[in-house]
Design a binder for this molecule. Structure first.
Ligand code: BDR
Ligand code: CA
Length: 346
């Protein structure tokens, strides 16, 4: 039995890794990709998504363009983190693939209606298009089998402001709208229907390193040179496998960014964890609670607040990830993506 999976991304180095993981997973069938403005502008996100389909030789997956701007906050992008085109130093193949004639919000609704009660969704960018989709189809939460959101930081520092995480910070109004919908009177009881929310407190445990990238290349039976912090910046991959080469070129930029942030020569794979959890929720331990987003604080806008002790007296609207085993995740990531790269290019 394959799981129909819908992915909303602002591709982005780690979004790209998440997409590749889903393509590599035999139990998943990606039925649609929503492109959201975030790490880079939405047109570039669309091009990256189409280029990745080409690179991964994936058949006809509809890619839809989302809103150019967040709901009411002006767009910010993160080329410093993900490179000028969002893929670090990597270049994606050209493609004639086209976007859908309908937009990303409609894509959410179409996918959910086409697979009622079956669709597994991953939101790994700002929640702009999901919020717009919920306006269009208020029954969306009931149509989904599962939703995993990468966003927020719970009892943990932010990566965009001292307290706010990127995806929530780019479109805090959208995030607040999404959590409000799941918190309203749907008669949806946790743990079944509320979104699984993976914040930085969890995803920053998932650190890709040069050693893990070497393991990935070996698994793909690709030639490759180990990367090092001592390499010249921007050194291009010599991997013989084209998928491994793209991932290495993308990851090198991401390593350099994390290094400059004093986090070491490594990179956090936030979005791939969300993709893996969408296919297998047992990868994380979660706690049900009510989440809301700060919209007015001059210092705290975009902060996610979890009401662990139910002081608000509101229904739970999220399952917050609180525990993960990074080794288990990386074993799965390396095995699946390595075998996929080998299948594609040997
Ligand atoms: C999130 O922000 C983006 O830059 C990444 O793609 C990820 O979705 C982490 O805060
Ligand atoms: Ca992302």
């Amino acid at each position: 039995m394959t799981l129909p999976v819908f992915v909303d991304v602002d591709t982005g180095v780690d979004d790209a890794m998440a997409l590749v993981y889903l393509f590599a997973s035999r139990e998943a069938e990606v039925v649609g990709i929503a492109s959201t403005a975030g790490n880079v502008g939405v047109q570039q996100v669309c091009e990256n998504n189409l280029g990745l389909l080409e690179l991964c030789k994936v058949g006809d997956v509809p890619v839809s363009k989302g809103s150019e701007q967040p709901i009411s906050t002006p767009l910010r992008t993160a080329e410093d983190t993900h490179g000028p085109e969002g893929m670090g130093y990597a270049r994606l193949p050209r493609t004639d693939r086209q976007l859908t004639p309908y937009d990303a919000a409609e894509a959410w609704v179409r996918a959910a209606r086409a697979h009622p009660g079956e669709l597994v969704a991953v939101a790994a960018g700002p929640l702009t298009n999901l919020a717009l989709a919920l306006r269009e189809e208020p029954a969306l939460p009931k149509l989904l089998r599962r939703l995993v959101i990468m966003g927020g930081a719970f009892d943990y520092r932010g990566n965009t402001t001292p307290v706010a995480e990127w995806n929530i910070s780019v479109d805090p109004e959208a995030a607040a709208e999404v959590f409000a919908v799941w918190g309203s009177a749907w008669g949806l009881a946790p743990p079944k229907h509320v979104p699984i929310v993976l914040g930085l407190n969890l995803t920053e445990n998932i650190a890709m390193t040069p050693a893990l990238l070497s393991r990935l290349a070996a698994e793909a039976e690709s030639s490759s040179l180990p990367m090092s912090v001592l390499d010249d910046r921007g050194t291009r991959s010599v991997a013989s496998n084209p998928l491994i080469a793209v991932l290495e070129d993308a990851m090198r930029f991401y390593f350099e960014f994390h290094f400059d942030q004093n986090e070491g020569y490594l990179a956090h794979l936030h979005d791939p964890l969300a993709a893996a959890v969408a296919l297998d929720p047992d990868l994380v331990a979660c706690r049900a609670t009510t989440v809301d987003v700060e919209l007015t604080g001059t210092l705290t806008k975009g902060m996610t607040i979890a009401d662990w002790s139910n002081r608000w007296g509101r229904e739970a609207n999220a399952l917050i990830g609180v525990g993960v085993n990074p080794e288990l995740f990386f074993d799965r990531f390396v095995t699946r993506v390595g075998a996929f790269a080998k299948r594609l290019y040997s």
